[in-house]
Design a binder for this molecule. Structure first.
Ligand code: NAP
Length: 324
């Protein structure tokens, strides 16, 4: 096993990870960034981004390539590998990669992000990418004039349903309860859209489709109050039931909330372990924006720099307050 020493290791290559690494490189910390499974993160599966300051419109994948280029330009070492084990009980922290390389890091920035949550049905897995999607912006275009359904009752589900009406002839919104979690503005837009039909108190229990070619033909839904089932004929199913943070590697090592998001101190990216900082969707289930993730990446780098300047001896005061 090869051991490599570094002052600052960043896990994750989304806006939070790249920004942390760029700031750290400019502070002469010679950071190493482990890119993980999906370099570029969730923005690589979007199309136009129109709320990134400075760009009227930019393609998500292009924006992420530019962030990677900037990171390289300022001297960040980008490693195309996946962290498979983390030991925070020792110093320096140890992070083992899939290749067998082990990094020994004085400080760690966790920016591993979050992934779409799935229903967990075998039939859903079978048709994923063939009519079942978790990204209307990526795949809505393929359903021009077709009938689709969105599952979920939050802002994402409603926004996906509204977006899909740009292409689809009809959009069902299937929600397991009889009230939506989405905000009033989204609910008003939903109610005003004649292409959308609500299916209340309903759970998708099976995705039906064909083998040749592989594709969705409908779903079976069960009424959550009566148990009665019905079939909806569909060409596509969009699952929008929230996200799951990528924090499995840190279970039992860092304080997290009951959904697995890493807890940080107020106004800080400091986690419950001094020297470990968390930025972006891995610790944020509220805003989930590229620009907020980037902001937190900047904070993490500045806080890591401050931590190192005190020889790693000073415990962040806020972290103690936040975690008791
Ligand atoms: P969310 O608010 O957590 O909503 C998830 C929805 O999926 C809920 O309605 C939930 O049902 C449903 N759900 C969860 N697990 C399910 C399952 N196994 N089967 C069926 N349904 C299931 O997630 P989100 O919509 O992705 O939004 C995440 C955060 O980002 C929220 O804070 C949201 O406000 C924010 N956001 C804001 C905007 C905006 O402001 N424009 C846009 C997008 C997202 P229940 O309601 O029954 O729990």
């Amino acid at each position: 096993m090869t051991d490599i020493q570094t002052k600052l290791l960043v896990l994750g290559a989304g806006p939070a990870g790249y920004t942390a690494a760029i700031y750290a490189a400019r502070a002469a910390l010679e950071p190493v960034l482990i890119e993980g499974l999906q370099p570029g993160g969730q923005l690589t599966i979007t199309t136009d981004v129109e709320n990134w300051p400075g760009d009227t419109s930019v393609l998500g994948p292009d924006l992420m390539v530019r962030m990677a280029d900037q990171a390289r330009h300022v001297g960040v070492e980008l490693i195309a590998d996946i962290a498979t084990a983390v030991d925070l009980s020792r110093r320096p922290f140890a992070v083992t990669l899939d290749s067998g390389t082990r990094y020994l890091a004085d400080t760690l920035v966790i920016a591993t992000g979050a992934q779409a949550r799935w229903l967990g049905l075998p039939s859903e897995t079978r048709f994923r990418g063939f009519g079942v999607s978790a990204c209307a912006t990526c795949d809505g275009f393929f359903f021009r004039g077709r009938t689709v359904a969105v599952v979920g009752g939050g802002n994402t589900a409603v926004e996906e349903a509204l977006f899909l009406t740009n292409f689809a002839a009809k959009v069902y919104l299937i929600h397991r309860r009889d009230t939506l979690r989405a905000d009033r503005t989204n609910q008003s837009r939903l109610a005003a859209n004649p292409k959308i039909e609500m299916i209340w108190n309903a759970e998708v229990i099976m995705v039906a489709g064909t083998d040749m070619p592989l594709g969705v033909t409908g779903v079976d839904v069960a009424d959550t109050t009566t148990g009665a089932t019905r079939h909806l004929a569909l060409d596509g199913l969009f699952v929008a039931i929230g996200h799951v943070p990528a924090t499995a590697l840190f279970a039992n090592a860092l304080k997290m909330d009951d959904e697995g998001y890493i807890l940080t101190a107020p106004d800080s990216t400091a986690t419950s372990m001094p020297g470990v900082f968390a930025a972006g969707d891995v610790r944020d289930k509220i805003f989930r924006q590229a620009v907020t993730a980037a902001g937190m990446g900047c904070m993490a780098a500045l806080e890591a720099e401050r931590f190192l300047a005190h020889d790693g001896l000073a415990e962040p005061v806020n972290a103690l307050h936040a975690h008791g």
